[in-house]
Design a protein around this ligand. Sequence first.
Ligand SMILES: Cc1cc2nc3c(=O)[nH]c(=O)nc-3n(C[C@H](O)[C@H](O)[C@H](O)COP(=O)(O)OP(=O)(O)OC[C@H]3O[C@@H](n4cnc5c(N)ncnc54)[C@H](O)[C@@H]3O)c2cc1C
Length: 329
Amino acid sequence: MGQDRILVLMEHENGGLAPISLKLLTVGKALAEGCSGVLCGCVMGRAPGDVSEETALYVDEVYTLDDANLSSYQADLYASALETLVKSVKPSVLLMNHSYENVELGPKVAHRFNSEFVPDCAEVEWGEEGRLLCTKPVYGGRAIAVIGVHGVPGVATMRCMTQEPLPRQGAEGRIILFDVALDSSLARSETLSVVEGESVNLGGAEVIVSGGRGIGSVEGIEQLQKLIHLLHKRFGAVELGASRPLVDNGLLPHARQVGQTGERVSPQIYFAIGISGSTQHLSGMIGSRKIVAINQSDEAPIFGVSDYGVVGRYEEVLPGFMRKLEEMV
Ligand SMILES: Cc1cc2nc3c(=O)[nH]c(=O)nc-3n(C[C@H](O)[C@H](O)[C@H](O)COP(=O)(O)OP(=O)(O)OC[C@H]3O[C@@H](n4cnc5c(N)ncnc54)[C@H](O)[C@@H]3O)c2cc1C
């Protein structure tokens, strides 16, 4: 295995390849091209053959780890499986989507190779002497750090919602069935039951419509939900978000809070409605591709970071905006 390998951990969604994985592959592809290397996908699970075949349309090599012990996420089993694969394939870099699971899994894998793990990266690139450089916001988004990784493989989680999905490549990649022979006694936790709750996926949203203290009422949230309903006709994943006052007031659950003590998000479009733009809120959404702000005060700091801004009361701005949107979608 002479060439550098960039290994990307693929994720499943509804029996297929998760769209976020295609965006992560765009990052992996740039790294692979930067070192004339091989782009590889790792698909783990129980009988994940369909996901492997889909992955093969985008990468040079797919490593399929098919094992009953990998049917659902178990940190120690997943880490052991990846350890075995990494020992054999020897990738220079292991890329993962930024998620709660991968923030647990990544350091376990890096530690087994005496390497480094960098979570929550906005960019990764090659530096001098082929060192992996990871760029990420720090201090609640007030500063940007560039971290040089010495160990191999460099393990990083990426926020890549603003990336374009990787287009299919001409030839299909090779699918390699990789036997990891997992010992189920390695599992130190067991899922006893799954409690269905309101499913909020701010991290995976293409569009987020967030409300702040300026819309702070049930009626205000209903207006935002009407906008979300319309946007759903055009975009797949649209979520309702909030600044902290709406959560503190009990109007929305904490899972919807964006910011320093909430979620860090990077959708294609972020609507900030009735949100002033405190540093704590900005640190959670500054990575959005386009920011649209509606605020009655032209001095609101949110206008300093927004791509499009409307100065006005949301009650007056939103109806006209939604009428126009309805004509367009
Ligand atoms: C340690 C710490 C952590 C924090 N973490 C977070 C966090 O994770 N997320 C977060 O959001 N905050 C966080 N905060 C709170 C943060 O400091 C701000 O208080 C909060 O972000 C303000 O929320 P807001 O913009 O909705 O409210 P405000 O700052 O009160 O702004 C309301 C805005 O609405 C506008 N407005 C009012 N009426 C209307 C109307 N009818 N139409 C249009 N606009 C209108 C006003 O002009 C104003 O700009 C944190 C604070 C601390 C100290």
